[in-house]
Design a protein around this ligand. Sequence first.
Ligand SMILES: C[S@@+](CC[C@H](N)C(=O)[O-])C[C@H]1O[C@@H](n2cnc3c(N)ncnc32)[C@H](O)[C@@H]1O
Length: 229
Amino acid sequence: MALSLAAVIGALAGAAIGAVVMARSARQCRKPSDRAGRAVLQRMNVSHAELTAWGLSHVAIRDDFTMLDVGCGGGRTIDRLASIATKGKVFGVDYSEDSVATARETNARWIEQGRVDIQLGTVSRLPFPDGTFDLVTAVETHYYWPDLPRDVREVFRVLQPSGTFAIIAEAYRGRRNDWLFRPTMTLILRAAYLTPDEHRHLLVDAGFVDVQIFEEKAKGWICASGRRA
Ligand SMILES: C[S@@+](CC[C@H](N)C(=O)[O-])C[C@H]1O[C@@H](n2cnc3c(N)ncnc32)[C@H](O)[C@@H]1O
């Protein structure tokens, strides 16, 4: 009896520690900070690479495009976009100072060549004039935006007519293993956890046309794209 009580207490303590570790690491995804945040950013540069490549495969990118990656994190998507658009320019914005610093390190050679520019800023007030970009990407970030419908309209504002917005993400309601993602997204992170249809409405309500939703169901990935008319 004493042994089994110890086992129960041990299991409870283990679960509590696990929950704290998970909550901490989840918070670092929302706004990376300090050394722990830098480590998370390096990991995301690797772990989001395949998802990002898949998402971008649904978007047409010309070699002279001017592009923005919002919530750029460690900057791997910016690097990828700069490699594709060899005559273009890529901007990045993130509201975490550690994300901006890491993204600048990741893209040091492009920045030196004047092909990439990364700024501290929030999606809610993008530091660019109306109609600046051919493409805006948001990889694994829209869940955390403070006022999602309004923030998507802010993205719309900085797009050129015919410009494209692509949301690329691996957490959405109804995905594979939804039961595992839902509590983390809704209870721990209090993040937007939308269905594919809610993604469609989000873009349509902001004024986007040609809205398309792609799902990679085996992986649990989604890409929602729309064009500014
Ligand atoms: C989970 S990370 C993803 C980073 C990167 N896009 C990637 O795929 O690896 C989310 C990023 O979005 C940024 N972010 C969250 N809310 C933001 C906001 N309101 N404005 C700008 N950046 C934001 C965070 O600071 C963080 O760097």
